[in-house]
Design a protein around this ligand. Structure first.
Ligand code: ADP
Ligand code: TRP
Length: 321
């Protein structure tokens, strides 16, 4: 079983990325042949500074490895090191009705966020389909926001097979993580780089991490009064890091009153700091050993490219090339 997923290098990864994508991907590397990549072709739709793109790719590679991606188990590469995906994307575009792409909401959402409406942004889901189909992927674990792109991938693969021959492309099964609650940001909206409300996995210093956590939005209930834990972002974030008992203790304390929100933020700060401490140590090692990191991506690209070549050759021959 081949498991495939990708993540865009669009800035320092945050806790939402960690729980939404990186941690589940790392957990799945024991379940099958894991194929994970850094989607830098996709990032080109929104990152236009070459130095920034290069730095973001390296940063994400280091962070993913530090968090537990194991290159002995998973193939890990940079998307642009397998340029065959762009060729497959073109071939697929010729079986894809315009309406199918026009219906994709991500394009409209991204324009609303201020990303310039390029053809690349419009064709983004088709490149994603190529990413998936070029490795005969069976299972694609993604967050809810990617559901439509996976449906498109399946539809495009089916259209291709209908036109050129059954079984040419493997129809992938999405594994949508409905359960992963959306991780809230400092302001309570979905944590996202575009909302400037993130807590990064690796904040530069403890002081910065603490300062951010102190900014989490709360209501203005006085210190001594009981507080409602049910819609507190502090509790929601804490529950990602703490045991059931620990969360319950915080909830009980909320209801009892007598502590200010600053106290709970301090507890949350310590939980986050401690959770990522071993990964932060590993990260320090990787930062100082970039040739190892580059080597992992190179080796991954070599393996990924072999498989991509095989599927591309199959497709080229099927369409008459
Ligand atoms: P951002 O919104 O910060 O730009 P992306 O859209 O690049 O993040 O998301 C990358 C991955 O992280 C996706 O798989 C997405 O589902 C996941 N993800 C991002 N933000 C969150 C969040 N707040 N909660 C859960 N998962 C998230
Ligand atoms: N579009 C995905 C995101 O923004 C990233 C991605 C690109 C991807 N290609 C993929 C995810 C292939 C899964 C499979 O999160």
């Amino acid at each position: 079983m081949r498991i495939l997923s990708g993540i865009q290098p669009s800035g320092r990864p945050h806790i939402g990325n960690y729980f939404g994508m990186m941690k589940p991907a790392i957990a799945l590397q024991d379940e099958g042949e894991a194929f994970y990549f850094i989607a830098d072709y996709h990032a080109l739709t929104s990152t236009h500074d070459p130095a920034v793109l290069r730095a973001n790719v390296r940063e994400l590679a280091i962070d993913f490895l530090a968090c537990g991606l194991d290159p002995a188990k998973a193939t890990f590469w940079r998307q642009s090191d397998v340029p065959e995906v762009t060729e497959l994307s073109w071939i697929l575009s010729c079986v894809t009705p315009m309406g199918m792409l026009e219906r994709c909401v991500s394009y409209k959402d991204k324009i609303a966020q201020g990303i310039s409406p390029s053809h690349g942004l419009f064709a983004y889901p088709l490149l994603q389909a190529a990413d998936i189909l070029i490795f005969d992927s069976n299972v694609v674990p993604v967050g809810k926001d990617q559901k439509q792109h996976l449906e498109l991938t399946r539809d495009v693969a089916q259209k291709f097979n209908d036109r050129y021959g059954e079984d040419l492309l493997v129809i992938p099964t999405p594994q949508i993580r409905e359960a992963t609650a959306t991780v809230p940001g400092l302001d309570g909206q979905k944590m996202s780089k575009s909302y400037d409300n993130t807590i990064d996995i690796f904040e530069e210093t403890e002081k910065k991490l603490r300062k951010k956590i102190m900014k989490i939005v709360t209501d203005s209930t006085p210190v001594e009064d009981p507080k409602d834990p049910t819609d507190s972002y502090i509790v929601q974030l804490y529950s990602l890091f703490a045991s059931e008992e620990e969360v319950k203790a915080m909830e009980d304390s909320f209801r009892a009153g007598g502590e200010g929100y600053g106290h709970y933020k301090q507890t949350l700060f310590e939980a986050i700091r401690d959770h990522f401490a071993p990964m932060r140590e590993r990260r320090e090692e990787l930062v100082n050993d970039t040739s190892y990191v580059d080597g992992v991506l190179e080796e991954g690209a070599k393996r990924a490219r072999e498989k991509a070549r095989e599927v591309t050759d199959r497709v080229r021959s099927a369409v008459g090339m």
